[in-house]
Ligand binder design. Structure first.
Ligand SMILES: NC(=O)c1ccc[n+]([C@@H]2O[C@H](COP(=O)([O-])OP(=O)(O)OC[C@H]3O[C@@H](n4cnc5c(N)ncnc54)[C@H](OP(=O)(O)O)[C@@H]3O)[C@@H](O)[C@H]2O)c1
Length: 297
């Protein structure tokens, strides 16, 4: 039976991967106490104890604003750890699947980015994710690096959960309209990853960097409006939802600068593996339906 080492099982994507990868083999999923990504020895020990056939790394330092003021931990988790994992993976001949971000781009291009466009991250998180990619490539083993975007789920904190809460607490919400992305449900990302792993005999030839996020893109403002509109329709309660107003990024300063529109072209992964994730609005509707049903039951 295929042994799959899955890291980051308590996170948004890792949580969904536990379910999505289960039919593919024996999933071994250590948590932080069993495999600490800020400690290379802990990573090596966990890989050597498991001797997996494939490694899926859903761990990451993901708090974009805090990343500006925690450079050491950021470097250990997002740069050193992926490099160590990639070296260990190569040593045992296991392919490594790793998640990166559209924040490796500055978002100033007037067309969707392809994987061949030059990255130029504008914040510490984006720089660390790009350096993590480079560390994996430098190890020289078989790998897939999946650059995803605006992940949400029912777990942890994310844009969708924040808008759902604030839209009921406030009468008016201001949301930036000059940043675009492809909002991706962690569930759909996990399912796409499982579909990739089913074709892992192709990783040797087709390995490398891929964009993997929801089909289509939207602004933060239009995303927030869609969240409220769909949640309101599902709830059957027409009143008591905040009005959403557009503002510019300049009117909403944060510790970390955000790339403007790092919209990605996803045709490479479709050509190589036949994989297209559903449209962002279809994913959001499915998520909100499930979220509402879980709250009622
Ligand atoms: N969220 C997004 O919008 C987004 C967008 C683009 C790309 N990505 C990338 O997608 C991947 C998954 O993101 P996500 O949203 O699922 O992340 P997440 O919900 O923040 O989960 C992060 C996971 O990493 C673990 N972790 C963090 N530091 C660790 C350490 N020192 N040792 C061991 N485990 C550690 C966390 O464990 P604990 O529960 O113990 O903290 C958790 O399981 C990441 O590589 C991220 O950079 C995310």
């Amino acid at each position: 039976m295929t042994a799959i080492l899955l890291t980051g099982k308590t996170g948004q994507v890792g949580w969904e991967l536990q379910r999505a990868l289960a039919p593919l083999g024996n999933v071994v999923a250590p948590d932080r106490s069993e495999m600490d990504h800020s400690n290379p020895d802990s990573i090596r020990a966990a890989v050597r104890a498991t001797r997996p056939d494939v490694i899926v790394n859903a761990t990451g330092y993901t708090t974009v604003d805090k990343a500006e003021s925690e450079p050491d931990l950021l470097e250990r988790v997002n740069v050193v750890a992926p490099g160590v994992l990639a070296e260990e993976a190569k040593r045992i001949g296991a392919p490594l699947v790793h998640y990166s971000t559209d924040y490796v781009y500055d978002g100033t291009l007037d067309r969707p980015y392809t994987e061949d466009d030059e990255p130029n991250p504008v914040n510490a998180y984006g720089r660390s994710k790009l350096a993590g990619e480079r560390a994996i490539e430098a190890a020289g083993g078989t790998h897939l690096i999946l650059r995803t975007s605006w992940v949400y789920s029912a777990r942890r904190s994310n844009f969708v959960l924040a808008i759902l809460r604030l839209a009921r607490e406030k009468t008016e919400l201001s949301v930036v309209s000059d940043q675009a992305g492809s909002p991706s449900w962690a569930r759909a990302l996990a399912d796409a990853t499982a579909a990739l792993l089913r074709q892992r005999d192709l990783f040797g030839q087709q390995g490398g960097v891929y964009h993997l996020s929801a089909n289509g893109h939207t602004s933060r403002y239009d995303f927030a409006r869609a969240i409220v509109r769909i949640a309101r329709d599902i709830s059957g309660r027409p009143n008591g939802w905040a009005d959403i107003r557009p503002i510019s990024s300049d009117q909403y300063p944060l510790p970390a600068r955000r790339p403007r529109s790092p919209v990605t072209d996803k045709s490479r992964i479709r050509r190589a593996f036949g994989i297209t994730m559903p449209d962002w609005e279809a994913q959001l509707t499915a998520f909100l339906r499930e979220f509402a049903a879980a709250k009622i039951s």
